[in-house]
Structure formats: structure tokens, C-alpha cells
Design a protein around this ligand. Structure first.
Ligand SMILES: C[S@@+](CC[C@H](N)C(=O)[O-])C[C@H]1O[C@@H](n2cnc3c(N)ncnc32)[C@H](O)[C@@H]1O
Length: 284
């Protein structure tokens, strides 16, 4: 980057003055340039430059970002998930890279068994629902308790041209799913952080991401798995699957809940950092 007056190192310095490392700063600046201007880090290396006006805009944004610690994705109103641009705001969790594993495992099982009906519980900005709809032939219903996040999920589905196959509805878990509605796959990245962990979270998360998306009320963070698994049997077709994202050290607890509810072929998948991140089980 090399606008007339401002260079990447000037932007990095704003971060460094506020306690961020050069690596964090550089990665975030690249991310912001790609979101704002569609110029990828590779393009930057090739010498493609953002418009100087955009760099000025970015500088102002970075000043707000570093002084308030508000996540850059919220300030820009978008993030990337599985290579697609998703609208986000302060009412939606910002999709995390580890959730890509949940989508990948869901897509795998849907394709393997040619499954058609999927329910995504706690859809947030709709990233899981949209990416499953985009990568398979399935129809996905995303539900959430938050009206505000449902507005964003709808925008994202519209933007990705998925309005016919990613649908959204307000529901407190299964409360607004009719008894006759049946699914082949139920997928969820539910809130799974126990309340006592709040103090250990980054300021960005603690102050700016919605508490309803993050926290449970129980000390193990497994409240939602306990609620969803027993009732999921009423909404699954025979041989249907349930897949969850997991928090750290939750796999053994969630496996036990599946076993108590007579699910079979329980599989746990680790993320790139070695954490047991996704669990899959099949209805007997
Ligand atoms: C961890 S976030 C996941 C968001 C999104 N699916 C993702 O992976 O980025 C959990 C979501 O569950 C929603 N949620 C919390 N309680 C809920 C409930 N009782 N019923 C439905 N959704 C709920 C929150 O609003 C939030 O969008």
C-alpha cells in the first residue's frame, strides 16, 4: 500500500500505539482492505493499491477500532466466512473460522446421504445456513431468538441469492417449529460459554458481541446441548443427524447426552488447533 501520504506502516503504528502487535495489525489491515476495496493481500503484493480516499477512511476507522476495541468487522459491517462476505452487526456473533469445520462436516454428511431438509438452531447472521444451502441441494431453515439477527441473516441470504433455499424464522430453539416439520439434519453452534468465563474473554468479545449469542446460564456451558438433543428426536427423520460446534472440554459431556438419548455412531472432530470442536451423531 502506498497512497500519496499514508502507508501501511502508518496504519500499523496506530495499532502499535494502542498495544497491538505488528502481526495483529498487519493481518487486520489486510482484512479491512479486502472488505472495503476488494483488494486481497495477494493483490497488494502484486502492487494493486487502494484508493487514497479509502485509506483515509480506513485510518479513521482504525483510530476508532484501536481506541474503543470494537471489532473491525462490526465497524466495517461485514466479515468473511468460507470465502463469502457476510453482513454482521452488534446483534450478531461475528462468524469464527472454527465454525467452518461444522459446516464442512454438515455438508459432507448431507452429500453422502443425499439429504434435503436442514435446521440450523441459533443461526445468527445465517452463515451456517447460507453456506450449507450454497454448497448442497438442501433447504435450510435457520432459527434464532433474536429478531435483529434474523434481519441480518435474511440480508445475507438475499445477497448470496439463496432466498429460496435458506429460510429464517424467529423461534426459541424448537418453540416455533411445527410438530409435522421434519429434518434430516439439525445443526447448531449454540451459546456455550459458561458465565464465569466472561472475565477471561477479549474486550472485543466481552463488550461488543451479543451476550445472548455467547453465554449459557450453567457452569459447564452445556445448557443448549441438554435442551436440544432430547427434543431433536421429535423433529428428525429416521436416521437423521445432529451436528454441534463445541466449546473447550465439552465433547465428553455432549457425547454422554447423545448416548443417554440413544443416538449412535457418535464422532468427534478436532479443529486445526487440536481442540475437539465438532460432534456428530445419528438417530438410531
Ligand atoms: C454462538 S451464536 C452462533 C451464530 C451463528 N450460527 C454462527 O455460527 O456464527 C448463537 C446464536 O444462538 C442464538 N440463540 C440464543 N439463545 C437462543 C434460543 N433460545 N433459541 C434460538 N436461538 C438462540 C443467539 O441469538 C445467537 O445468534
Amino acid at each position: 500500500m502506498n497512497s500519496k501520504n499514508l502507508q501501511k506502516r502508518d496504519l500499523i503504528q496506530i495499532y502499535r500505539n494502542n498495544g497491538f502487535s505488528t502481526e495483529e495489525a498487519s493481518a487486520e489491515i489486510d482484512f479491512a482492505i479486502e472488505l472495503m476495496c476488494g483488494i486481497s493481500p495477494k493483490d497488494l503484493i502484486m502492487g494493486i493499491m487502494p484508493d487514497p480516499k479509502d485509506i483515509e477512511k480506513l485510518k479513521k476507522l482504525i483510530e476508532i477500532r484501536t481506541s474503543t476495541r470494537q471489532p473491525i468487522a462490526q465497524l466495517l459491517g461485514h466479515t468473511f466466512f468460507m470465502g463469502q462476505k457476510f453482513e454482521v452487526n452488534e446483534n450478531t456473533l461475528i462468524p469464527r473460522p472454527e465454525t467452518e469445520l461444522l459446516v464442512a462436516k454438515s455438508v459432507e454428511v448431507i452429500k453422502q446421504h443425499n439429504l434435503k431438509q436442514v435446521l440450523d438452531i441459533g443461526t445468527g447472521c445465517g452463515c451456517i445456513a447460507c453456506m450449507i444451502a450454497k454448497k448442497t441441494d438442501a433447504q435450510v431453515l435457520g432459527v434464532d431468538i433474536s429478531n435483529e439477527s434474523l434481519k441480518i441473516s435474511l440480508n445475507n441470504a438475499m445477497h448470496l441469492d439463496l432466498m429460496n433455499r435458506a429460510l429464517f424464522r424467529k423461534s426459541d430453539i424448537f418453540s416455533k417449529i411445527r410438530p409435522e416439520e421434519k429434518f434430516d439434519v439439525i445443526v447448531s453452534n449454540p451459546p456455550y460459554i459458561p458465565p464465569f468465563e466472561r472475565e477471561n474473554l477479549q474486550i472485543e468479545v466481552k463488550l461488543y458481541e451479543p451476550a445472548t449469542a455467547l453465554f449459557t446460564t450453567d457452569s459447564l456451558g452445556i445448557e443448549f446441548y441438554k435442551k436440544i438433543i432430547p427434543i431433536s428426536k421429535d423433529y428428525l427423520n429416521k436416521g437423521g443427524f445432529v451436528l454441534f460446534e463445541l466449546g473447550i472440554n465439552q465433547a465428553c459431556h455432549v457425547r454422554k447426552i447423545f448416548e443417554e438419548n440413544h443416538f449412535k455412531d457418535i464422532e468427534i472432530f478436532k479443529d486445526v488447533t487440536g481442540i475437539e470442536r465438532v460432534i456428530k451423531a445419528q438417530l438410531d
